[in-house]
Structure formats: structure tokens, C-alpha cells
Design a protein around this ligand. Structure first.
Ligand code: NAD
Ligand code: UGA
Length: 467
């Protein structure tokens, strides 16, 4: 590293591949970093310094890497990138399977991952031993799968590559902070000499980071990532499971979070009630975990984790039904959704819980308007189509972007779906004036507003999730 010859490459320039690479390049001026992807548009946008997504604090780190250190490049020349590299991070997408009957929507689709491994295998060279790092979230046992793929191309794969698992724990919206100050860096390696060496080399990449290293077996590292996401999601389903009871008995779900979260054994984070957890990972990773458990005959354990997903779906259905029941004539009713990104501080709309609401409300005949400070219409459309809604056929919605006036004019309700800070502080008095004169309701599905303040603004009903 000192001599400036060590090169790493990320295969995949999406959220994980690009952000981890930018931070490594910014923090380690002597490291050479290459980010490659099959998607030419994506690579073009990185090269043109147009960010393909919104992520707070990205510009400063990008500027350090690209303009000051000048040690990062973005390319579609994947084989060349691998050829030049000493360590390769696989950061491709691992979505749930779409086309297999057995594992439909549950088993991880490893097509992109396998393709990346095949390309890497084709570049194997016993004269240049490399570290091959799984960074994508993958089923436990994937290191064996990689070894099989390498074996089909190479006589002695272990002479060319040491396979390592190094899962990523960043959360979107706070990704830069998470990457600069990781709670831990988990490195799963074989227990032999190659594995020990790989651990030391990777540790060396993180010399400028203040973090803890957890060096474990490869299988533990792979499974630990799935379990970490399952545990986080379980907390959300747990607090969500209390929200209706709070509404019924006059308790407050935020009070419950405080009471439980101030116990050091539980901790305060990830106890915010919501219309459901969304995002591209929690559901897919729990589905993957459930599928693995079922495949191994561990049915009771699979049922246990399935309940986390069941509760997530139940919460969405309960809240959608509650909103629908408030209106007699859907076709004469305009509803405004505040927030389509799956959480605040991101433009990412993948698996946004609000897609379910928009879909359900349009199906019932409502006219739906969507406001979001960062999500764009293309992302909205892709997500709606992904969730089975044909954008072309149904025209009963308007995507308003960040235009509040367009979103609330003559509307019969505001429904807060994403926890953007501006939805706490925005001028609702002003908005109420622009909404329907006769009937306007307020639904806070993120439990973020000051209910007493909103009560005075002339809404017929103000609902706050979990009181
Ligand atoms: P993404 O869809 O944003 O990016 C994946 C990229 O890989 C795409 O740009 C795609 O074009 C590219 N790709 C696919 N096959 C390729 C190939 N053979 N060669 C080169 N490029 C290829 O996905 P993401 O959100 O970055 O997630 C990637 C992985 O990391 C997933 O397994 C995910 O579960 C995991 N993960 C994601 C996050 C997150 O917050 N997004 C956090 C932790 C872990
Ligand atoms: C999550 C994990 O937090 C990361 O550690 C992990 O690396 C990542 O998944 C991954 O593997 O992809 P992310 O999905 O980006 O990160 O965002 P989160 O902050 O976890 O939020 C996920 C969803 O849960 C969002 O819809 C959010 O609004 C919701 N949420 C979160 C709640 O409903 N309540 C909470 O208290 C926290």
C-alpha cells in the first residue's frame, strides 16, 4: 500500500460497490481503486460526476477521491479491472428469484453473482494470487459455490484466489458515516495460511479507519450478515406489533420505544414504528434466511422468522384499510402521499412500503398524488411496476416531486409515509388552506408530527400511528 501499487476493484457500481470504493479511495490516498459495472449509463454518470442517487455527504468524499487523491476510476472494462487488481470486491445485486417455482421470491437469485465469478475465474492466474471478496449479501455457503465456479475454469483455484466474505452493513441515507466509522468490519476467511494472510491484507486497507475487526470463519460471516438484517427487521416488526394496541388503549408507541430502548440490553435505535420496513434488503434477506432454514428442514425456525415478514405485511394492510374506510366516495377523493423513498435521506424507492399504499388506493378508485423531496418519477414508476401495477393503464395518480402546492391542492388527506425531517417542520397551516374546504384528514404513518399542533389546523381527523 505504501508504494501505491495495491489495487482493489469493485465489480458492481451500485450503492455498495460505488460507496465503499469512494470511501476507500478517499481515506487511503495510496490505494488504487477501480469500480466497474456492466451498466454503461451508470458508469457514464459516475464519470460525469452526476450522482446516480441521493446520498448525504457523498460529494465531499467523492471530491477527495476523484479530484484530490485521483486514485479511483469508473469503467465498464471489467476483465481489465480484474486483471489490474490485487483484491476484488463482488458487489453485484442478489435479488430474490423471480423465475423458479420452488424458491420464487425467496431464494436468492445468484445469476449476477455467478456471472461476476465466471469473469473473475477467467482471469485466474497462479502467478498473481488475488483475494476475492464477497461483499454482496449472499446465502451461507456461497464461498463453496464460488470455489465450484472457479474450479470449472482453473486447475488449482486456491493458487489463484483466496475467497473471503466481508459483508457490508451500511444503511442508505447514513451510508457515508457508516462507511467512515463502521461499528465493525467483519472478515470471514479460511483458517489456513492463505486465509490468515488475506485477513492481514484486508486489515491493512482499513489502517486509516477507527474500527473493530471481527475475524471469523467464512460461513459465520455469510450467515452473520443475514442474521444482522433479520434482527434489525425483527425490532421494527416488534414495535409495529404494538402500534394498534397503543391506539386502542390510549398508550403511545413512542413512549414504549423510550421505555424499552433505555434498557441498555435493548438500546434505543430501530424502535420507530412505521407503515412497514422497506428497502431492497430486509425483506429479501429474511426471505433468503427462511428459504435456507426450510431447505434444511428447520421448519420451526423458518416459521419464527417468517412472522417478522408477516407482521410487516399486516401493518401495511391494516393501515391501508383504515385510510380507505374514512372515505365514502373514492372516485371523488384526492389523497396526497408525503414520501415515496423507502426511508428519509435517500432517493431510493426500492421496496418502498408506500408503493403498496399507492397501488391499493388507486385500485379502490382514489386519485393519488405523490410528493417526495428526492425520489424521482422514474424510480416511482419502476417500483410501482415491480409491485405489479401497470403504470401505462392506470392514470389515476400524479407524481409531484418536491412541489407541495401541486401535491396538496384540493386534496382530502395528507398521508405521511416517509420520515423526511421536512415533514415534521413544514407549514401545515398553509397546506390546510390549500386543501379541500369541506373535508381534509391527516394520517401520520411515521408517528413524527406534533399531533396537538396539527389538531388546531382544521383537519377533520388527525391520526398518528401508535398515538
Ligand atoms: P445495486 O443494484 O445498486 O448495484 C448492483 C450493481 O451490480 C448494478 O449496477 C449492476 O449493473 C451491477 N452488476 C450486476 N451484475 C454484474 C456483473 N456481472 N458485472 C459487473 N456489474 C454487475 O445493488 P446494491 O444496493 O449495491 O446491493 C448490492 C449487494 O449488496 C446486494 O447483495 C445487497 O443485498 C448488498 N447490500 C446492499 C446494501 C444497500 O444499502 N444497498 C447494504 C448492504 C449490503
Ligand atoms: C439496512 C440495514 O440497516 C443495514 O445495516 C444493512 O447493511 C442494509 O439494510 C442492507 O443490508 O442492505 P437500509 O435498508 O439501507 O439498511 O435502511 P434502514 O435504515 O435499515 O431502514 C430499512 C427500513 O426500515 C426503512 O423502510 C426504514 O424506514 C425502516 N425503519 C427503520 C423503521 O420502520 N423503523 C426503524 O426504527 C428503523
Amino acid at each position: 500500500l505504501e508504494e501505491g501499487r495495491f489495487t482493489v476493484c469493485s465489480v458492481g457500481a451500485g450503492y455498495v460497490g460505488s460507496l465503499t470504493s469512494i470511501i476507500l479511495a478517499a481515506q487511503q490516498p495510496n490505494l488504487r481503486v477501480i469500480v466497474c459495472d456492466v451498466n454503461q449509463n451508470l458508469i457514464n454518470s459516475w464519470n460525469d460526476q452526476r450522482y446516480p442517487f441521493y446520498e448525504p455527504d457523498l460529494d465531499k468524499q467523492f471530491d477527495i477521491a476523484v479530484n484530490k487523491n485521483k486514485n479511483i476510476k469508473f469503467t465498464t472494462k471489467i476483465t481489465e479491472a480484474i486483471q489490474e487488481s490485487d483484491a476484488i470486491f463482488i458487489c453485484v445485486n442478489t435479488p430474490p428469484k423471480k423465475e423458479s417455482r420452488e424458491g420464487l421470491g425467496r431464494e436468492s437469485d445468484m445469476t449476477y453473482f455467478d456471472m461476476a465469478c465466471q469473469t473473475i475465474a477467467s482471469m485466474g492466474d497462479p502467478k498473481k494470487h488475488r483475494i476475492l471478496i464477497e461483499k454482496s449479501t449472499v446465502p451461507v455457503g456461497t464461498h463453496k459455490r464460488i470455489h465450484n465456479i472457479l474450479s470449472q475454469n482453473l486447475a488449482n483455484p486456491d493458487d489463484c484466489y483466496t475467497i473471503v466474505s466481508m459483508p457490508e452493513f451500511l444503511a442508505e441515507g447514513v451510508a457515508i458515516q457508516n462507511l467512515l466509522f463502521p461499528d465493525r468490519v467483519v472478515i470471514g476467511t479460511p483458517t489456513d495460511k492463505n486465509g490468515m494472510e488475506a485477513f492481514e491484507v484486508i486489515k491493512g486497507l482499513y489502517t486509516n479507519f477507527d474500527t473493530n475487526f471481527i475475524h471469523v470463519r467464512t460461513a459465520s460471516s455469510e450467515l452473520g450478515k443475514l442474521f444482522a438484517n433479520a434482527m434489525l427487521a425483527q425490532r421494527i416488526s416488534s414495535i409495529n406489533s404494538m402500534s394498534q394496541l397503543c391506539e386502542t388503549v390510549g398508550a403511545s408507541v413512542q413512549d414504549l420505544s423510550k421505555i424499552v430502548g433505555s434498557d441498555k440490553r435493548v438500546g434505543p435505535l430501530f424502535l420507530n414504528a412505521s407503515p412497514a420496513f422497506g428497502g431492497s434488503c430486509f425483506e429479501k434477506d429474511i426471505q433468503s434466511l427462511v428459504y435456507i432454514l426450510e431447505s434444511l428442514g428447520q421448519t420451526q425456525q423458518a416459521m419464527y422468522w417468517s412472522q417478522v415478514l408477516y407482521m410487516n405485511q399486516f401493518q401495511k394492510t391494516r393501515l391501508l384499510n383504515m385510510i380507505v374506510q374514512e372515505f365514502q366516495n373514492p372516485t371523488d377523493t384526492i389523497l396526497t402521499i408525503f414520501g415515496f423513498a423507502f426511508k428519509k435521506n435517500t432517493s431510493d424507492t426500492r421496496m418502498s412500503p408506500m408503493a403498496f399504499f399507492v397501488y391499493g388506493l388507486i385500485e379502490k378508485g382514489f386519485h393519488v398524488r405523490i410528493h417526495d423531496p428526492q425520489a424521482n418519477e422514474r424510480g416511482f414508476q419502476i417500483e410501482m411496476e415491480m409491485q405489479g401495477f401497470s403504470i401505462a393503464e392506470k392514470l389515476n395518480f400524479e407524481f409531484c416531486g418536491s412541489d407541495y402546492s401541486k401535491a396538496v391542492k384540493d386534496s382530502n388527506a395528507i398521508i405521511i409515509g416517509t420520515d423526511w425531517d421536512e415533514y415534521i417542520t413544514t407549514n401545515y397551516r398553509n397546506m390546510r388552506d390549500q386543501m379541500n374546504n369541506d373535508k381534509a384528514l391527516f394520517f401520520d404513518l411515521r408517528s413524527i408530527i406534533d399531533q396537538q399542533a396539527i389538531n388546531f389546523l382544521g383537519f377533520e381527523k388527525v391520526f398518528k400511528l401508535g398515538n
